[in-house]
Each structure stands twice: as structure tokens, then as C-alpha cells.
Design a binder for this molecule. Structure first.
Ligand code: HEC
Ligand code: HEC
Length: 455
């Protein structure tokens, strides 16, 4: 009796299994770039950073003169001043004037998104995927902390975290690599909360985010190309304490869409006139002196994705060593690489020569953002020791940021205004190296500069 019941159950189970098999094969998942962009603009992957009231009250903690101006201004003008101070840009075409850099919910909650660092302006034109060379993340976070204390609101992770980990010591660059290290350290291979046996040490240094139109040309990611390109690689910042392993993993399809969006981005074209003859001469110089590392451009262009040893390229060494071999190894055996299926480079030799598409737009240059214009890239001995940019000024002649150069950092500015200066003598901020153009004659450099505008 029992056996027949068991058999009946088994048969029933089988029938149900067969019955519930979908009649047609499941629709294949198709990553959609438009959906990727929508998710970046609308979905709150992180806990909210602050609310509208906090943002609208920030001006009360500003320096005296600025505060006085804000006090006499109408609310829209005050908001514009706040956006300017923190390097936030209005989303192109958005009637509500929302910033590109935050998801702003209907309830008025502001949540940081990838465009904080990867959405910038060039000559006042806002471009998604362009590094945000104006971002003043540490200043914003410090002002938010003061304002929340004043309004008796709870501090968020960022305001507390920034007390331990500097977010960026020159505007336009961030300590993003160390945020990644800190977030990874609190998780096991499967992203579950874990205590790693290794002692966590930080080597703080600021990085200039790379333009997103590089993504389609690269097979590996980051300044040292240590990780393989994959949508999971884009999810590291999701590991804030609030997001459980299961929640992060449930967003994989979202990040497939986001990766498709990144693949779809084209570099912006130089918006001014080009001297075609000069550019043609420059192209010949480029192909002789630069193409072996940076590749060729145009119809049948080819990108070699070459990693150049540190003692050859000679740019700032801190980033290369700041990611320790054990940290790369831990990343390499985690969920991010499908437990080792996508190999990492544990001891990279140096930095990758990046694609130069749209390079006119993505100043400042080098992985640490230490060189303000392409002219300065080509004149290694004339790079400024200390420089300060204007807010949206574009230097058409030298191709890059409009800057004031200083021999020394002017005395006086401290804290927030100090971060408006880029001081190449600070650790991690050296503008040395990459002396490949040194042997070119001045006319060759002028032609080369013209050619670089066309990429
Ligand atoms: C706080 C600033 C910041 C935020 C926020 C940020 N990034 Fe980045 N991103 C960087 C920096 C800096 C690098 C360079 C890191 C390196 O090379 O070591 C980078 C590198 C990358 C790269 C590698 C590009 C290449 O050419 O190798 C991709 C892709 C990327 N980020 C995507 C994203 C996505 C997607 C998000 C949102 C989920 C995001 N980033 C959020 C700062 C940021
Ligand atoms: C031996 C290889 C090599 C040669 C030759 C070379 N470069 Fe580079 N280049 C690199 C590397 C590596 C980097 C990245 C350095 C860094 O970020 O620290 C780089 C960075 C750059 C950058 C900055 C890109 C950015 O987005 O920040 C520019 C511009 C550039 N090179 C232009 C040139 C030009 C023009 C020439 C020819 C005169 C040239 N390079 C020759 C390897 C090379």
C-alpha cells in the first residue's frame, strides 16, 4: 500500500515536472543599452546619500562670502551655486534640473550613481561617460555631514566612511580604488560578509576616471588592465554594507544592460575647425612615434591594448603598487571572476596605453589626472608643478583644461579650497614620465597636436 502510494507520488511528481516544463524555450536575455542608461539614471542601487532638504540647506555651511551671496539668492540660483561648488552638472534636457550624478527620487532622496565620476562636462557641454573633472566629492560629503548634524539627521555611510578614507584630495579625482578595496575586504569569495585574515592597509591616492568609450575597445579593465572585462566587474561599488550578497547578485541582469550601454558609447568629436593638412602631417608623426602603443585610428584602426612596464612609461607609481598582489588574488578567486574562470594579473608590470579616441575631451591626462592639457603631455619638461583650473574653461590652443599655473601652492587656502589646486608634489600625483614625445621637433609636435584633435 505504502509502496504504491510512494510510486503514485513519484509519478505525480514526474507529471508535474513534465507539465511545468515551459512549452517554448525561455526567451533569451538581450542586454539593452537604453535600459542600461535608464537604470543608471533612475535606479537606487545604493542607500540614499541625503534628502532634498539637506541639499537645499548646504549653503549655510559655506565660507562667509559665498554664504552671503547664497543668502540673498532665490532658491533656483542657490541650487545652481551648490551644483557648481560640488561639480554636479544638470542632466542634458531634463526639465526638473536634476543632476546627472545622482538619482533623485520623487520623494526627494538623492542617491549617488556611476555618473558622479563618469559624467562630466567639456567647455560647458555635459557628456555621459566623460570623466567628471569637476567633482568635489570630499567637499560635498563634508558639507553634508555638517548640515545633517545641524538638522539632526542621521549620517549615511559616506559621511562616516569619509572620516576614515579620504574621498579625494584634488577636485576631479577620487580615491576610488581604495573604496573598492575597503568594500571587497568585508566580503568573502561569495560576497557574504566575512572577515579576511589579511590585515587591511590603505595606500590612499587619487585617480582620474577613464572615459567610458574606452570600454568597447578594451578586453581588460583599469589603469593596469588587471581584470577581465565583464559586467560583474562593474558591481564592486554595490558591496556597501546595506546590500546583501543575494541582493547584489539579483542585479546581474541590470549590470548586463549597463555593460551594453557602456559598449555603445561613442567618443565625442572635436567641435571646432581642424587644419586638415597639418593634421595629416601629425598623423604621420603619430604613426611613427605613438601608434606602437596607442594603435591606429580611422576605418581599419587597430588597438593593441599594450601594457607598458612602469620603468618604461615612468608615470606615477603609486596606483600600480597600491593594489597588493594578495588583493588581486582574492578578487581573482571571487564571484567577480566566477571563482577564477576569468584570470586576473596578480603582478601587472605597468600601465596600459589607453585608446586615444575623444582624447581632446577627457583632460586632465594620465591615470592620476596630473597633466592639464595635451600640449603638456607633449612637453614633459614644461608641465606645471601646481595648477588650478577654471570651472568650465576650455583651452582650445593647448587642448585641455584652462588652467593657471603656479610654481608653489599659494599660501592661505586650506581644506576645501586647497582641493581646488592640483599639486603634483603630493604622493600619487606626480606628473612625470611618458617622455616619448621629447625627441620630436616643435613643428612635429604642433602637427601631432592637430592630429590628436581628430581622434
Ligand atoms: C568615485 C568615483 C567612481 C564611481 C562612483 C564609479 N567609478 Fe568607475 N572608475 C573610477 C576610477 C577612478 C576608475 C579607474 C580605476 C583604475 O584604473 O584603477 C574607474 C574605472 C572604471 C572602469 C574601467 C574602465 C577602463 O577603461 O578600464 C569602468 C568600466 C567603470 N569604472 C565603470 C563604472 C560603473 C559602471 C560605475 C557605477 C556602478 C562606476 N564605474 C562608478 C571612478 C568611479
Ligand atoms: C611605449 C608606449 C607608449 C608610447 C610610444 C607612447 N605612449 Fe602615450 N601612453 C602610454 C601609457 C602606458 C600611457 C598611460 C600612462 C598613465 O596613465 O600613467 C600613455 C598615456 C598617454 C596619454 C594620456 C591619455 C589619457 O587619457 O590620460 C596621451 C595623450 C598619450 N599617451 C599620447 C601619446 C602620444 C601623442 C605619443 C607619441 C608621441 C605617445 N603617447 C607615445 C604609452 C605610450
Amino acid at each position: 500500500m505504502r509502496r504504491t502510494a510512494g510510486l503514485a507520488c513519484a509519478l505525480l511528481g514526474l507529471a508535474v515536472a513534465v507539465w511545468s516544463e515551459p512549452a517554448e524555450p525561455r526567451a533569451r536575455f538581450t542586454p539593452d543599452p537604453a535600459e542600461g542608461l535608464r537604470l543608471l539614471l533612475e535606479k537606487e542601487f545604493l542607500p540614499p546619500a541625503f534628502d532634498q532638504e539637506t541639499f537645499d540647506e548646504l549653503w549655510r555651511v559655506w565660507p562667509t562670502e559665498l554664504r552671503a551671496r547664497a543668502k540673498n539668492a532665490e532658491r533656483p540660483e542657490r541650487r545652481r551655486m551648490a551644483m557648481e561648488r560640488y561639480g554636479l552638472h544638470p542632466r542634458p534636457g531634463d526639465r526638473r534640473g536634476r543632476p546627472l550624478q545622482y538619482v533623485v527620487s520623487d520623494a526627494g532622496q538623492w542617491t549617488l550613481n556611476c555618473f558622479a565620476c563618469h559624467g562630466g562636462q567639456v567647455g560647458g557641454r555635459v557628456i555621459a561617460g566623460l570623466p567628471n573633472s569637476n567633482l568635489a566629492l570630499h567637499t560635498l560629503t563634508a558639507d553634508v555631514r555638517l548640515t545633517k548634524l545641524r538638522l539632526k539627521k542621521r549620517l549615511a555611510d559616506m559621511e562616516l566612511g569619509a572620516l576614515l578614507i579620504p574621498l579625494g584630495s584634488s577636485n576631479g579625482t577620487t580615491n576610488a580604488v581604495m573604496f573598492g578595496v575597503a568594500l571587497m575586504h568585508g566580503r568573502g569569495d561569495d560576497l557574504e560578509p566575512a572577515v579576511r585574515p589579511q590585515r587591511l592597509t590603505f595606500d590612499h591616492h587619487d585617480m582620474d576616471a577613464p572615459p567610458w568609450w574606452h570600454f568597447k575597445k578594451k578586453t581588460r579593465l583599469y589603469a593596469d588592465n588587471f581584470a577581465q572585462k565583464h559586467h560583474r566587474a562593474l558591481m564592486q561599488f554595490m558591496l556597501v554594507p546595506r546590500n546583501s550578497a543575494a541582493l547584489v547578485k539579483s542585479w546581474e541582469n541590470d549590470f548586463r544592460h549597463i555593460a551594453a550601454y557602456l559598449e555603445s558609447i561613442e567618443a565625442p568629436r572635436w567641435p571646432h575647425a581642424i587644419d586638415e593638412d597639418l593634421a595629416k602631417q601629425g598623423k604621420r608623426v603619430f604613426e611613427k612615434t605613438c601608434a606602437r602603443c596607442h594603435g591606429t585610428y580611422g576605418e581599419d584602426g587597430d588597438y593593441p591594448e599594450k601594457v607598458v612596464a612602469l620603468d618604461d612609461v615612468g608615470t606615477d607609481p603609486v596606483r600600480l603598487h597600491a593594489l597588493r598582489p594578495w588583493q588581486r588574488r582574492e578578487y581573482g578567486k571571487s564571484w567577480f571572476t566566477d571563482y577564477g574562470k576569468r584570470a586576473v594579473v596578480v603582478r601587472p608590470e605597468g600601465y596600459v596605453a589607453p585608446p586615444l579616441d575623444g582624447v581632446w575631451a577627457s583632460a586632465p591626462y594620465f591615470h592620476n589626472g596630473s597633466v592639464p592639457t595635451l600640449w603638456h603631455v607633449l612637453h614633459s619638461k614644461d608641465r606645471p608643478r601646481v595648477w588650478k583650473r577654471t570651472r568650465t574653461g576650455y583651452d582650445k590652443k593647448r587642448v585641455g583644461l584652462e588652467v593657471t599655473e603656479y610654481r608653489e601652492r599659494p599660501r592661505g587656502p586650506t581644506g576645501k579650497s586647497k582641493r581646488e589646486f592640483f599639486d603634483t608634489r603630493i604622493r600619487g600625483k606626480s606628473a612625470k614620465g611618458h617622455t616619448y614625445p621629447d625627441d620630436l621637433t616643435e613643428p612635429q609636435k604642433i602637427a601631432l597636436l592637430e592630429y590628436l584633435k581628430t581622434l
